[in-house]
Structure formats: C-alpha cells, structure tokens
Design a protein around this ligand. Structure first.
Ligand SMILES: Nc1ncnc2c1ncn2[C@@H]1O[C@H](COP(=O)(O)OP(=O)(O)OP(=O)(O)O)[C@@H](O)[C@H]1O
Length: 590
C-alpha cells in the first residue's frame, strides 16, 4: 500500500491559521490606534483652540501643542502599518487558502475517491470557486478589519466621553450603536437582495455576451446577430438598472449616516451644555463625538460589502469542510496483477436530469475482458460508449459489479486503478507546454526512444520532425488541428503503457487510411484494449464488438459474425462499405 500524500486524509483545519490571525490582530491594533490618534488629535486641537481663547500662559498650552503634532504623526505612521500588516496577512491567508481550495477541489472531483460523476457544469463551478477565493480578500480587508477598527474606536471614544461627562458618554454611545450597528444592519439587508439579483443579471449578461462572441460567425451567417445582440442589451440594461438602484441605496445610507452623525454631535453638545460643563469641555466633547462617528460610519459600507461576499465565503468554507473532512482510513487491496482481467456484471449508470429524475446511460451491461482481449464498442451518439469507458477507468461509479482481477475496482487504491486502466478519454487536455512535456506527462521518466516510438505509433512523428522547434514546440488546445491534437493525446496514452488501454474515438480528425492503420495497430497490441469508434473497417482484428443502444448491449460478437446477421451492425457495415457514404449507426426502432 502506498503512503498517503501530505494532504490526503488531513483533518479540517481552521480557514485562517494561527499566525495569520495574529497578523490580522496586529493590523486591527494598528488601525484602531490610528483612528484613536485621529480622535485624540481632534479632541486635543479642540481643547487647544478653546483654551487659547481664554488667553492662558503659553506654557499651559505646550503639552497640547506637542500632543497635536504627535497624534498627527502617529496617525499617519499607524495607518501605514495597518495597511502593510493587514494586506500582508490577507495575501498570506489567500495564498494558503488557494492551495487548500484546489486540494479540496481535486479531492471532491476524484471519482475514484467517492466523488459523484462529473457534470457539464463542473468547469463553471471550478471557475466560480476561483473567484470566490479572491473575494475572501475583500472579506478580510474591506469588511472584518474596518468593522473591528471602527467598533473598537467607537467603544474607546464612548469610554473617554463617559469619564469626562457620563451623560455625554451615554448620548455618544447611542449614536455609536445607531451608526455602527443599526445602520449597517439596514445597509446589509438592502444590499443582500440587490446583490442576489445583480449576480443573476451579471450571469445572464455573461452568457449572452459569450454566445454573441463565440457564435459571431454563425450569427452573421444566419442573420441572427441583431436578435442575439438585443438579448445581450436587455440583460445589460437590467444589470445597469440594478446597479443604479444599488448606487441610490448606497447614497441613501451615506446620507442617513451623515444625519446620524450630525444628530449625535448636536445631542452631545446640548447634553454637555445642559449639564453645566465649561466651554472648553463642551467643545472637546462635541468634536470628540464628531471624530468618533467619523471612525464608526465605515461599518455601514463594510456591512454592505459583507453581504456581497458572504455567499462566496460560505461556498469556500463549505468546500473546505467537505474536502478537508478526515476520510476514514481505508485499507486497499494490493495492486492488481501486471496483466489483470477486467469484468463488468450487470452494470447500470443513471445520470440525474436537470429537471429531476434520472436517465440511464448504461443499463445491465456485462463485459468480460481477460488479459490481452481487444474489444471495440460502437453505437449511436448518446448510446453510452464514453460512460462505459468511464466505468472501466473508475471515473464513473455504477451500480452492479466491476471486477479488476479478483477484487472489486473500488477496493483498490485509486492510484493503482489509474496506473492499470487508462488511455485516451473525451476530456483529455492538451496543456500549454512543449510537445515533449505533453506527451511525456504520462510517464515523466520515459526515454527519448520511448517517446519517439509512441509518437511514431500515433502517426505524430513526421509532423513533430517537420516543425522548426521539434519536440520543444509549444502547443496548446488552440494551436493544433483536430487530427494533430488527437494524435498527440494518443501518443501520450500509448506512452503511458497501461495493462488495459481504453481509447475513446482515438482516430477522430484523422484521414481514413491513417485511422484504419492506427486502429489495426492498436488491435494487434499485446495488452487489453477497449476502443470506442465509429469506423468499422479495421474492426475485423477485434476479438469482440459490442453494439450499444440507449445504454443496452444490442449485439455483440466478432466482426465476421455481426456483419453476416441482420441488425444495426450489418446496416452500418453496409453503409460504410458503400463508397461516398458517411458511416452512421442507425437506431433500431423502439
Ligand atoms: N455527466 C453527465 N450528466 C448527465 N447526463 C450525461 C452525462 N454524461 C453523459 N450523459 C448522458 O448519458 C448518455 C450517454 O452518454 P455518453 O457520453 O456515454 O454517450 P456516447 O455514446 O459516448 O455519445 P457520443 O458518441 O456522442 O460521445 C447520453 O444520453 C448523455 O446525454
């Protein structure tokens, strides 16, 4: 049994590590100190002006003058320190979070480790998760940090005011609660429903814009550009309306905040005067209240942003919880033989339908693959061919039994399964890297001779050698023709050299002669091969051909038998043998 990787089986850690919590606390401390310096600066300056009006000796003002200078200086320095420490902590949290989220995504997408089959929306979900992680930065820097600083500053200002004049302290406390708690709650509530609607409108606009951009040529050819552009414009107008509304709410919250600040300042002034405090104290308390509310009012903006980023933060946390939950320790059976048999018994796969219910992609499929057997799978589009390969590789978990050697496929370490059954599946990817890196990805230790041999068998070598950059030429999905891409992926699959090779349409995009030569070569290989193909000409070399229709095996046997009996295979064979016809499996009538 192989040792588990560093992240495998790791328990759920806190979303933010202890050291980052310490850094963030430091940022809050620096931010609060900066805001307190600002409040103290206003209060001291107020005292200085009011006291100076009484014409005291200069020495009586000296300390306050020094205080004003010191508070102004420290305010700047501390604000800088807050930005520095806060951003440093947030970026560190983000860096750690990214690694853990990708790890959790990897685990949650590993079907062999218990993940559900992939859905077409998986890529969308991964993209959204990447954006979600970025929004955690906003959560820290624009929500939690400013809100903590504001509340602590408000609390300290209320305490100081209460010491100077308890009644004024009580009034200021009321103003702080209204501006720091009630107003933010209101702002968050208004923003929440707006954010939901705006997110929907933004997604609609993105889909429309993507359709117009990607399908520009088709739309122009069919004269439908105007209709699709109008759809995009409607979506854009709806988004603009929502954004204008959000702007109006933001302005209303700011106005309400200013009114609360003004009201609190006037109330403190009135209370201080009524309590008989001297003019200097009244001035100090009034301006302290003004500065304290200046510090507290940003909580409303933080709350508004919080309601925008909260769904994203929930999704990240949910993923970390699901992906980081300790997996029960599983004892795997030892790796299979170097040339194992593979068998499906009564295999059934049903995919969930969007509107509810499920649709069977495979229904009671049996398949025996003793070591070295060559099987071709044919059938109409949607018949279940790719799903069948997914079951063999462990990507799709079916009902029924899948035996690798003597043990169920699920009893093996997923890494052993991957090393034993693999090949070319429909979602294989060409990376933006050199041809060499793309081909040897399957076996990083492969020698040049082995890579050359795989490329030669895949019919790729002549093309590589004709390139000025040869094996070091940079490629990527968008820089290759369909045939080049397929051959490159096939070379990678051949170099992997697994005991059971599964190939989904390996000859797609190749000319017929090359495709037939390639399939014949694959079907005379020493290993087990399961091949999905639409081209029947070279299938005489296969031990068995399995014809699928709507998830069921409707015919099976060698080419010479199937081609001689009435049925979908003979129909297809007749069509393919007729010159100038496009092969296609006809569906038997239901
Ligand atoms: N992830 C999925 N979610 C929902 N339905 C799916 C999913 N994958 C496949 N299906 C459905 O299962 C059925 C079998 O699909 P599968 O891809 O196995 O067919 P196929 O024979 O390989 O088709 P093709 O030749 O077009 O690739 C189809 O009806 C398809 O729509």
């Amino acid at each position: 049994m192989k040792p588990a990787g560093p992240a495998e089986g790791g328990g759920m850690r806190r979303p933010i590590e202890g050291r980052e919590v310490l850094r963030l606390t430091g940022a809050v401390a620096a931010g609060t100190s900066a805001e307190l310096c600002a409040v103290a600066l206003t209060a001291t300056a107020a005292w200085l002006v009011a006291r100076a009006g009484q014409h005291p000796p200069l020495s009586a003002l000296a300390l306050a003058i020094v205080g004003v200078r010191a508070f102004a200086l420290f305010r700047g320095v501390l604000r800088y320190a807050e930005r520095l420490v806060g951003h440093d902590a947030a970026l560190r949290v983000l860096a750690g979070l990214r690694v853990r989220v990708y790890e959790a995504l990897r685990r949650s997408a590993d079907p062999a480790a218990g993940a559900p089959p992939r859905t077409p929306r998986d890529a969308e979900a991964v993209q959204r998760m990447v954006a979600d992680v970025e929004s955690v930065q906003d959560l820290l820097l624009r929500c939690l940090l400013p809100a903590s600083v504001a509340w602590l500053t408000g609390l300290a200002a209320v305490a100081v005011a209460a010491v100077l004049l308890p009644a004024a302290g009580a009034v200021l406390a009321g103003g702080v609660v209204l501006s720091g708690v009630a107003l933010p709650a209101l702002a968050a509530r208004a923003a929440r429903s707006d954010a939901r609607r705006a997110a929907g409108a933004r997604a609609d606009l993105a889909v429309c814009a993507l359709d117009v951009r990607r399908g520009a040529a088709d739309l122009a050819a069919f004269g439908a550009t105007g209709r699709f552009a109008a759809r995009a414009e409607t979506a854009a107008a709806r988004l603009a309306r929502l954004e204008r509304r959000a702007g109006a709410i933001e302005a209303a919250v700011a106005a309400l905040g200013a009114a609360l600040q003004g009201g609190t300042v006037l109330a403190v002034l009135w209370t201080a005067r009524r309590s008989g405090a001297d003019g200097v104290l009244v001035t100090v308390l009034t301006l302290t209240a003004l500065a304290a509310l200046d510090a507290v009012l940003p909580v409303a903006e933080a709350a508004r942003r919080l309601s925008e980023v909260r769904p994203a933060a929930h999704r990240v946390l949910g993923l970390l919880r699901a992906g980081g939950r300790p997996r029960p320790h599983r004892a795997f059976v030892p790796a299979p033989d170097p040339r194992p048999s593979l068998e499906l018994r009564g295999v059934r796969v049903a995919y969930a339908r969007d509107g509810g219910g499920s649709v069977p992609a495979l229904d009671g499929v049996d398949l025996r693959l003793p070591a070295g057997r060559k099987v071709a799978v044919v059938g109409a589009s949607g018949a279940g061919k790719s799903t069948l390969l997914g079951v063999l590789t462990g990507e799709v978990r079916p009902e029924g039994a899948v035996l690798l050697g003597d043990a169920p496929l699920g009893a093996y370490d997923p890494r052993d399964v991957r090393a034993t059954v693999r090949g070319l599946t429909q979602d294989a990817h060409v990376f933006n890297a050199s041809i060499r890196a793309n081909v040897t990805l399957a076996r990083p230790g492969a020698t040049d001779a082995e890579a050359t041999d795989a490329a030669c068998r895949a019919g790729l070598l002549d093309w590589i050698e004709a390139l000025p950059g040869g094996w070091d030429t940079l490629v990527g999905d968008s820089r290759l023709s369909g045939g080049q891409r397929q051959r490159l992926l096939l070379a990678r699959a051949l170099l992997a050299d697994p005991p059971v090779l599964v190939l989904d349409e390996p000859t797609e995009g190749l000319d017929l002669a090359t495709a037939d030569r390639l399939v014949t070569d694959l079907l005379t290989d020493r290993r087990t091969v399961v091949l999905v193909t639409h081209r029947l000409a070279p299938l005489a070399a296969a031990d068995e051909i399995v014809v699928l229709d709507r998830g069921r095996v409707v015919q099976r046997g060698p080419h010479r038998d199937l081609a001689g009996v009435p049925g979908p295979y003979r129909d297809l064979w007749a069509t393919e043998s007729r010159p100038g016809t496009v092969p296609a499996i006809p569906r038997p009538r239901a």
